[in-house]
Design a protein around this ligand. Structure first.
Ligand SMILES: Cc1cc2nc3c(=O)[nH]c(=O)nc-3n(C[C@H](O)[C@H](O)[C@H](O)COP(=O)(O)OP(=O)(O)OC[C@H]3O[C@@H](n4cnc5c(N)ncnc54)[C@H](O)[C@@H]3O)c2cc1C
Length: 315
């Protein structure tokens, strides 16, 4: 939505419809190179960056091999983004096209560990480094070390492995548990949808920023990024969103596991988030009282934008 006149233009849906139809009709076919350059290129990392580079380089006539440390190709497309948001069949058909064009893939190949960078430097004409970020953002508050607190990228890959058929169930399963997600972004929404699919008893998503308006404010005109409330399909499925709150600390259940988190409200003063004194409350009262009574199993999800944690308690 450009937001000039607030009418939706659905650019993404138009593009999705075009490419879905192209695949259906068989218009997307391998484009093998018509010339060979004799140059050899190695691409390190098979996320969207590595795959896009590899496809273009292969089509340009180079001999291309993609090295991936994981057991499957795809990077975050494979193990980060949940199946409900992007079915892996979309990835598989693109990989089949790339293989037919001549791109080679090697999995379980970690450059710097079981693949020597010196050998690559000596053997290839060029190296594309597309290794992604991997490092998650930490949340350095007291109690972070308690058992049951996990990063999103610890939780989501396991759920994706269940979808791939590698695991019967996820070792981090929130069925019947209450979940708190720290961070109101896309990764948090992915955790929200996954938690619901696992049968969570309830999910609350915390966001440090204030609730954005439903429509653009006059101070936020096009072409600025529109600061409006975004509601994904995962949000439409349920859960509660709490804005203008920050995590103060995690609460130990007495056995080294987290049982709750203490949060407080924040307000922006001079460009910085400041605690609203006296606004501290437990995650169990963070939202509208849909939590279970004391004594039941509970589980806390914690995410920050760019990083997510899960805390599971059985108090
Ligand atoms: C949970 C989640 C959901 C997201 N959802 C969306 C979304 O819906 N839409 C969107 O546009 N973006 C989304 N993003 C962001 C998007 O996934 C990333 O921006 C994108 O994947 C980055 O691509 P990349 O190729 O740079 O890195 P990655 O996808 O991280 O791929 C890097 C690859 O390099 C491999 N690698 C690293 N080191 C080595 C090594 N030494 N040797 C060999 N291989 C190595 C890694 O194993 C990995 O497979 C999401 C991100 C997350 C975390």
């Amino acid at each position: 939505m450009l937001g000039i006149n607030s009418d939706a233009v659905t650019i993404k849906q138009v593009e999705v419809e075009i490419i879905d139809r192209a695949w259906e009709q068989g218009w997307v076919v391998p484009q093998a190179p018509s010339v060979r350059t004799g140059k050899r290129v190695v691409v390190i990392g098979s996320g969207p960056a590595g795959l896009a580079a590899a496809q273009q380089l292969t089509r340009a006539g180079h001999e291309v091999i993609v090295l991936e440390r994981a057991d499957r190709i795809g990077g975050l497309l494979r193990y980060g983004i949940p199946e409900f948001k992007m079915e892996k069949r979309h990835l598989e058909r693109r990989l089949a096209q790339m293989e037919a064009e001549g791109t080679e893939f090697r999995t379980n190949a970690t450059v710097g560990e079981n693949v020597d960078i010196e050998v690559l430097l000596a053997s290839y004409d060029a190296i594309v480094l597309a290794a992604g970020a991997t490092a998650a953002r930490e949340l350095p508050v007291p109690g972070r070390e308690l058992a049951g607190i996990h990063q999103a990228m610890e939780y989501l890959p396991l759920a994706n492995r269940v979808q791939q058929g590698d695991l019967a169930s996820s070792p981090i399963d929130v069925a019947g548990k209450h979940v708190v997600i720290i961070g109101g972004g896309d990764t948090g929404a992915d955790c929200l949808g996954t938690a619901h699919r696992q049968g969570a008893a309830g999910v609350t998503q915390l966001e440090i920023l204030p609730r954005p308006p439903d429509t653009r404010a006059e101070t936020n005109p096009w072409p600025q990024w529109s600061l409006v409330l975004r509601t994904s399909s995962a949000h439409e499925e349920g859960g509660e969103r709490v804005f203008s709150v920050n995590t103060e600390r995690f609460v130990d259940d007495g056995t080294g596991r987290v049982k709750a988190l203490l949060l407080h409200e924040v307000e922006m003063i001079d460009g910085r988030f400041q605690k609203v004194e006296g606004s501290e409350r437990s995650s169990r009262s963070a939202s509208s009282g849909r939590r279970r009574a004391h004594g039941s199993n509970s589980s806390v999800w914690l995410s920050t934008s760019g990083a997510t944690y899960v805390a599971a308690t059985t108090s």
